[in-house]
Design a protein around this ligand. Sequence first.
Ligand code: GLP
Length: 291
Amino acid sequence: MEVVIRPNADAATDLVARVIARELRDNPRLVMGLATGRTMESVYARLVQMHREEGLDFSAGRTFNLDEYVGLSSNHANSYRHYMNHHLFLQVNIDLQNTHLPDGMAADLVAECANYERLIAKNGGIDLQLLGIGQNGHLGFNEPLSALRSRTRVKILSPVTRAQNVPLFPRPDLVPHRAITMGVGSILDCRGCILLATGEEKAAIVAKAVEGPITSMISATALQLHPECTLILDEAAGSQLKESDYYHWVFENQPEWEPFRAVSSPIAKSGFQAKRQLEKQSVEAMSDVLE
Ligand code: GLP
């Protein structure tokens, strides 16, 4: 595991987007594992900006999302399919047929989970998995006590997770109780993974995930078992790490990080700025598709 701490959320977001872009340029058929949540919105805004301004090409890319709510259809405003279409897929030149999320409306949820695993395998496995972290340390929706070798399955959302998602729903009681999520074992199968966490409210759980013991109570601790895993944090999210001086030194001196050490060109707008600018355009794009 490697930990990179950037001065602020914008710089952390920009670094994540640039790593993804580099991988996609090296391998246009990249199989990307994608995540949702507020933290990811700025990453997707930055990728959309790179597509528009630098011609970042998604046409041959393939994606698998970590999770989807059970009982929400793909056009429901709170479904993760809707989130992905809105924030990324309809803003870039990806073929929608190459974008995959579990179907939370499937009549047979067990079969749907098995199919999802088969589809990932058929595509050769996930090359690069993007991850956020929940306030209880979950990856995807791998709630406390998720087996470290678990596969895609239905999980009941914990009270902490439901509370974390309340602001995104019109009413607290509308937050679903269940979701399909890739398992901890499915996530650990990816060839490489990047976890992005920003903000002080993630500092305590990030410290446990990185420097605490591996436990199924906090699925993010399982990333300590992954040979190619990088956590990218802003100063606030990294503020409770004991070894932060060491992590800073590694980033400043490791040759592999050389192309990424300089901040992006001043012309490039920050993820947050880009997100705001894109919001208007994305509403227009969604309206076109729905018409
Ligand atoms: C949800 C998703 C997780 C994500 C988390 C973080 O729970 N299922 O995959 O990591 O949100 O959300 P946020 O970025 O809003 O803190």
